[in-house]
Write a protein that binds this ligand. Sequence first.
Ligand code: CAA
Length: 291
Amino acid sequence: MDIKQVSVIGAGQMGNGIAHVFALANYQVILHDISKDALQNALTQIDANLTRQVSKGRISETDKQGALRRITTTCDLENCGRVDLVIEAVTERESVKAAVLEDLTPHLNHDTILTTNTSSISITRLASRTDRPDRFMGFHFMNPVPVMQLVELIRGIATNEDTYQSLLHVVARLDKTAASSSDFPGFIVNRILMPMINEAVYALLEGIGSVEAIDSSMRLGANHPMGPLQLADFIGLDTCLAIMNVLFDGLGDSKYRPCPLLTKYVEAQWLGRKTRRGFYDYSGDVPVPTR
Ligand code: CAA
């Protein structure tokens, strides 16, 4: 299927990154959110990230202006279905994703491919909430979307070959690399990454090291670009906790139990960078460890 028009549902950090890369790759993009403020913030963020790419010489000012022109915004789901591809990128809670998919379904064109950017939830289960399990797939981008090379492609039990091939083609056009994963909790990246982050929080809880010691150990000792606690703040602690719960519930092994300190931070609404406090305090110019 030749994909030209795309809708992105949810204008948070993943949604705005996805809209950014599609618009830059010449797709027409409709960006949806229930909040007008969220849409305005997303456009500001996309503008800033495109400007950063211009200043690094990665794209031209003309590319930037073209990308911005190709993005329109809406608060109405009804405006999002008459496209070739929809990418759902709302919050990582199954009840919220399922409700959005159900609300969207009556507005879709017959041929529209429907995808979810879920980082862990069963694709087969989400597909069952729509009228098109055969044209439904997991389409999982990494954060920050404009920088990260990988996209995970996850077929549900009913996904047809045409849908998979169409998305492979889209990934190539975005100049990214696809990895195919089976539909199991956390897929590949989060099955491996989240238990590492969760273990770092246990190491902090048990006093094995401070925030700084744990992060610099993994940065300098394992050559990770960010320490695990810094990365957790970057991803969002609510998202990390939601993914650990999906692993724990879906795989039934106690090794996936979320660390109680991670739960405590989320209960306190210390969600990382987006709330300006997590394992670091982001209220000043330089992030300061909180433990
Ligand atoms: N948009 C566009 N460009 C961006 C950007 C953004 N949002 N953020 C960073 N960049 C660009 C910078 O302009 C810079 O470009 P050049 O290479 O051309 O100079 C480059 O990215 C590096 O950025 P910085 O120099 O500002 O900072 P850095 O070197 O510290 O790198 C980072 C920042 C790329 C985020 C790096 O720290 C990193 O790779 N961190 C790990 C990120 C990661 O693991 N992501 C996956 C999270 S897991 C996930 O997303 C899955 C899930 O489901 C939870």
